[in-house]
Write a protein that binds this ligand. Sequence first.
Ligand SMILES: Nc1nc2c(ncn2[C@@H]2O[C@H](COP(=O)(O)OP(=O)(O)OP(=O)(O)O)[C@@H](O)[C@H]2O)c(=O)[nH]1
Ligand SMILES: [Mg+2]
Length: 339
Amino acid sequence: MTTPTTPTDMITALVRLREALQTAHLPLDLPGVEERRKEQREMIDQIEDYVLPRLIPTDAPLLTVVGGSTGAGKSTLVNSLVGTRVTEPGVLRPTTRSPVLVHNPADADWFDKERILPDLARTSRASGDPGALQLVPSESVPQGLAILDAPDIDSVEERNRVLAAQLLAAADLWLFVTSAARYADQVPWDFLKAAAERSTAVAIVLDRTPQEAIAEVSGHLARMLTTRGLRDSPLFTVAEGKVDEDGLLSASAVADIRGWLHSLAADSSARAAVVKQTLEGAIRTISHHSHDVADASAAQADMVARLRQDVVTAYDEALREIDRASADGTLLRGEVLAR
Ligand SMILES: Nc1nc2c(ncn2[C@@H]2O[C@H](COP(=O)(O)OP(=O)(O)OP(=O)(O)O)[C@@H](O)[C@H]2O)c(=O)[nH]1
Ligand SMILES: [Mg+2]
């Protein structure tokens, strides 16, 4: 493929890459093929859900996806940022199964099915349907910003995990929520590592941390972020506080995060920089990983040729054996003697 020089060239190249990925079949269970199939599926989704819609030059709102472990407090955080209960928090793990996207009413058109995440049905009501995306217009979210409450990345529910990964791959910005109890878990770090490799824009929220432990835990988490390539990601802390009868934290507990998101929403060049960082990282990663799928596809073709050759060789050998046995009479002699 030649290097695309204009946005139209880039879109054409990516549409062709998507077609090539869709037609690359990996039916044989060769070593490592599961990982390649997963990569292939994720790349097709990300091209359709995010990269192609984002490449059409627009001033679309910044899609911020709130992701992280089950029970980290994602839904509570989204409600507290918006200031009303727009998504259900809960004590059962996992709680959120269907994504909820909160946006300013003026930005409603950006989130119809034709634009992003085309395979999720739009709904205006809460549901537990992982195939539906609930849209909530709210004046509390500034124009230019949308916040999506995603299912968890690590519960026993596989559908949650797959959907959460798909939603994060469609985000301009991750608001990645972890807690004092969970911040060193493996699964979140696998996601953060992937974000660092793709240079996805990420802000981290250390949630549900006892006041007296904030300094120590956030210091440790900051060091972990630095050594894992996320030195530039903003780190916010939210102390474990009381929630009110609607399940909301106090406005002051989330004021820093809210202020930061609102200032991004208000600054179109800062927003464009976030989109550019995430979009370019996604395209770069897709173009690297598509080589893995191409190699896997070539390995499958080689294996098919080898298996076919094995069959031909075995057949030829058997035929030769029959020829030999019938020519010197051994094939029939035993039979005749027996009779
Ligand atoms: N006291 C207190 N409770 C919290 C806080 N954050 C979350 N909770 C409670 O913890 C439970 C889980 O919170 P959720 O917001 O549902 O967590 P989640 O990350 O959305 O969980 P999943 O949807 O399962 O991924 C709920 O009962 C919340 O009320 C907090 O900062 N303080
Ligand atoms: Mg939730």
